[in-house]
Design a protein around this ligand. Structure first.
Ligand code: TYD
Length: 136
């Protein structure tokens, strides 16, 4: 995998009792070891999350329930991904400005991160992002 955003599917164990998916370090198809998980829920209709980029942190964003959009910007091109399947997620390399919006009622957004929480890894100013982004 080169360092571009991409959808990654995780294992699906079909079962009449209910399906199961999992992810673990070592064989998960992600280009990073998982250091942290956080999740976003109870998002009011019309709200937006994100609006930042990471300097070094890599993330894998999943919808565990419901649906939302992840909008990525590399300084030149815009990409929008709709996440609504609990067996896949979006790998986001460092250096991408991202916003999350269009959350459906009851949706749950889970994020796996390559780093522990570190505010210094965040670029929260769009002007700063535009001044230092290096993507073609
Ligand atoms: P923020 O980065 O604004 O959330 P999002 O980008 O998903 O909309 O984070 C909201 C608050 O939560 C902010 O004060 C930082 C804090 N936070 C942590 O303490 N630990 C974490 O792992 C994360 C992701 C956020």
């Amino acid at each position: 995998m080169d360092d571009k955003p991409c959808i990654v599917q995780v294992p699906r164990i079909y079962d009449p009792r209910g399906n199961l998916s999992f992810i673990q370090n070592g064989d998960n198809g992600l280009p990073f070891a998982i250091e942290r998980m956080y999740w976003i829920y109870d998002v009011p209709a019309g709200e937006e999350r994100g609006a930042h980029a990471h300097r070094k942190g890599k993330e894998f964003i999943m919808s565990l329930s419901g649906s939302f959009n992840v909008n990525l910007f590399n300084g030149k091109n815009h990409l929008t991904y709709t996440l609504n399947r609990p067996w896949e997620g979006l790998y986001v390399p460092p250096g991408f400005w991202r916003t999350l919006d269009n959350f459906s009622s009851g949706s749950v957004c889970a994020v796996l991160s390559s780093t522990k929480y570190d505010e210094a890894d965040y670029i929260r100013s769009f002007d700063e992002f535009m001044s230092i982004c290096v993507h073609e």
